[in-house]
Design a protein around this ligand. Sequence first.
Ligand code: MG
Length: 151
Amino acid sequence: MGFDIHRLGAGRSLILGGVTIPHPKGLLGHSDADVLLHALTDALLGAVGAGDIGTYFPDTDPQWKNASSRFFVEKAVDLAARKGLRISNVDLVVMIETPKLSPHRRGIQESVAQVLGVKADRVNLKAKTMEGLGPIGAEEAMAAMAVVLLE
Ligand code: MG
């Protein structure tokens, strides 16, 4: 399992699961701040007993400045493969007040599946609002959770 949260701010592209979503604000961070792929990376690293995303991609390292988070997932998939593990399926939750993710759901599923090297039907994506509560409800942040099954 993996979890991540990033603040929202102006002047950044909103990238979720490797897909750029039209929105006035984007996620702030050292890399492209793709909160969904960060949660997924942590889920994969956890499943193979390999620590967490900061172990491999510290946000103090200039080489990850504005980096595509796809690379982080690919690295985690590679670590799993070296242990003889393949991805069975992943389940993803994005906590997002606006915009509605439903028009982008299929695109994000296909993007995540491509990065993982699995069929799109192995990737499930759910979006939840926070009903206006807390920093996510106030559109100050977005968060994501990921669960991955390896075999
Ligand atoms: Mg992160």
